[in-house]
Design a binder for this molecule. Sequence first.
Ligand SMILES: [Ca+2]
Ligand SMILES: [Ca+2]
Length: 309
Amino acid sequence: MLCAGVLASCGNGANTPAAADSTNTTTTTDSLQHMVLIPGGSFVMGAADDMALADEQPVHTVHVDSFLMDEHEVTNAEFAAFVAATHYVTTAEKPISKEEIMRELPPGSPEPDSSLLQAGSLIFSPPDHAVPLDDVSQWWAFVPGASWRHPEGPGSSITGREQHPVVHISWDDANAYARWAGKRLPTEAEWEYAARGGLAEQPFTWGGEAITAGQPKANTWNGHFPYENTKTDGFYNTAPVKTYTANGYGLYDMAGNVWEWCADWYDANYYQQVPNAAQNPEGPAKGFDPADPSAPKRVSQGWFLYVQR
Ligand SMILES: [Ca+2]
Ligand SMILES: [Ca+2]
């Protein structure tokens, strides 16, 4: 419910003057500052290699129309301006209602202890030794009082991190920010198309070179997860936006730094249902995750691209 993440929002490209001019790659008007025109086109979505997960198959061709996308993740400074203007309260800053929890749990579930209903969020709290990588509870811990204002919990602050991406942002928070800014969340298809930066069938936003080769390319985990981080990219937690080289469309941190919200519901079986050559697909009508069937989820993005081999 309370994931560390942020949005990359995009405008309704078809309705904006900038989007109509496909010769411009970057907008210049005040209201569209820091947005990039992504020229429409078709691409192969999904994965077919040995590492492909079931929900990434089969690969299918998708067309997206031109749209505008923020050039970087939403920063603490940008989100603070939204909150100052609207007095918006994020999901992580609200106590959790017992009724809401019970609605999302299977019928007959025991009621949660009231100590679990405080406002807060999940904090990365790694062990100092190797642990099974299929158990996220080994490195995530719920911390009352953690929120975008207090990223590491009470006592921490975002002072000095104004240009870092905002974290502890739910899908509802991201959606509210985007609407306030006169934008919307990208669809999963738009996000993946934009992340590729015009490169076809490459595994990374920068192409095919291994992430460990050459200069640091993105803010990721370096070393043995989750107990050793060598910080060869310079950062343990978030990095200021635009620290690393942009992709071919001029978008930053499409790989790494923080995960970004997409508009789509997540359905593990969606790729098996979406027609080939889909035009501007908007994802399934509702969410379904067989690993957690009582809690529908939205799509978040931000790491490996999918490539057909
Ligand atoms: Ca790092
Ligand atoms: Ca990112």
